[in-house]
Design a protein around this ligand. Sequence first.
Ligand code: ADP
Ligand code: MG
Length: 696
Amino acid sequence: MTVPEYFASKVFDDRVMKARLPANVYHSLKQTIENGTELDLSVANAVASAMCTWAVENGATHFTHWFQPLTGTTAEKHDGFISPAPDGGIIMEFSGKELIKGEPDASSFPSGGLRATFEARGYTAWDPTSYAFIKDKTLCIPTAFCSYGGEALDKKTPLLRSMEALNKQALRILKVFGGPDVKRVTSSVGPEQEYFLIDRDLWKKRRDLVYTGRTLFGAAPPKGQELEDHYFGVIKPRVQAYMNDLNEELWKLGILAKTEHNEVAPAQHELAPIYSTTNVATDHNQLTMEIMKKVAAKHGLVCLLHEKPFAGVNGSGKHNNWSISTDTGVNLLSPGETPYENAQFLLFLVAVVQAVDEYQDLLRLSVATAGNDHRLGANEAPPAVISIFLGDELTAVLDAIETDSPYNGTEKMKLKLGVDVLPRFTRDTTDRNRTSPFAFTGNKFEFRMVGSGDSIACANIMLNSSVAEILRRMADILENADNFDETLHNLIKNTISAHKRVIFNGNGYDDAWIVEAVERRGLMNLRTTPEALSRLLDKKNMDMLISHGVFTEAELRSRYEIQLENYCKSVRIEALTMIDIARKEIIPAVENYISSLASGIAAKKAAAPELACNYEIRRVRKLSSLTDIMDDGAEDLSSAAAHLDTIQDITEQGGEIINGILPKMARLRAACDEAETLTPVDFWPFPTYGDLLFSV
Ligand code: ADP
Ligand code: MG
């Protein structure tokens, strides 16, 4: 079969709906999808029945409400379509009620206290804006997951709410500009996904990778990424076979996998889809990550999605390409043709600048995880300080507007908004400053801080909400303007003056930038997850998110708890894994080598007493002192972990991780990694960095 023939063959998409639903049912469903109107039960019954028939024809036996709990992964509980028939056989059936609402007994998902145990069951509700699909033999229905009190227990619900908030405020702005009739504004996302591929047999021997997704030990190999010979290099046959299979699986699910290439680190690769509506892009990215892992297993590989699987080489991120556009097909972040379009573009642009400046902490915390803390600011990924790259040309335009001076671009002209046509920006196709956390790339912003293993939901919730908030304030001003052109001009100008501190076109990896950002510009440098997360409960941030209906106060407090708890648990597992591997694998291995050296010395001296055995004795001394340090280090870390377990308060636990656990982990690792460099490969208990990074 050709790609167009099997593309989306496992998706109950518009084509299938149109072909299989009665016209009136199809029409009602479209209304629901496009305008969010309520679906009545008779329509739901008809849709469910058509879905069931289609799914069964395509090999499905079960259905599931597919949702995204706060664990960051996806969840599913399968129910069969079967129902007994009076004649002893079965029929396959699926009702509208089952389609619309599910009640998984999902009481073990984190709720941060939103559900008392007696009402522990949450319910799932169909999200008709994301198509149902078949995975393996199960019809998956994308759903939101809420408590009986209506509080969101998932990532999808606030994402949909944030899209609604953005829609509402952006429509107000478009209305004051008096442009063509726009019914809906949506945010779109194309997430570029980085990952590592390593050999499965080697992976099995690394308990750190198996338990935590990253290596907790490992000396640097002689060759890393310094030759830059991997980036965009020829894709090896085994990797290519994997990518081909992966594309096929993704395409069947209607996922627009488009670009694939080798990344900077050895064994690192990237996959980029064509962008889609934010909630669909989020669903698709979750599915993509799942299928990446599954397909890897078939090829004897493991796909690592951790943000920092290896120290010393680049980690993996996700570039969240984000834009806003209208149902009439206009990208609001694209410079336009007419003066008004351009003024409108500039207004949206500066609104994003202001949003990123005012809510930099929300953006930072939206990507805060234990894994991503290793990556941000490690001179391979953007720093933890948020700034915006606009490029020289656009920055010059903003400067000219701010100072009421002529714009010295390709043509000299004095900019007067609403009157002149803006100079045409050439879309910069060269390297657009890979060091910036938030870069304007011609018609979209690329938020580059998202971690590779994380859901993109949180980043987009914060992006949509903060931009909605600024648009709300701007609409309040513009709707009440006596002189629209002048008010608009001043609004743009004042916004630039007030928020240009967040614009930075230089090298974000430079230490001097961090000093300038923090000391001169007053930008925030939230280096760790606990530090970043605490900002979620900041009054300014809570007020904003609550006022747009994106979260309730209870939801925010619960999310703070859950995310911080997740961080603490992840690091705790890493600490315990380190202790275990150091004690049970590394120290015994080094001891074996020491004994072998010692017996060698004894044997040599027996044969030739005059031999000094300097080399062996030096090694025995050095390695013995290292095993002492390792054992002390493991002991020390173990008491710190025991102490951590006595701390009840989650904020305090976070502090203890930063000050107590992480430095001890680093010390234990340093001793073990040094021992590795002095121990022969035959004695070392597990595959090294060189083995892992250059095995495929
Ligand atoms: P670039 O070279 O600028 O990174 P690409 O065309 O390679 O651009 O796109 C990178 C990612 O950005 C892709 O996933 C792409 O679909 C996405 N993208 C392109 N245009 C938009 C847009 N208007 N909104 C959101 N994402 C977009
Ligand atoms: Mg890119």
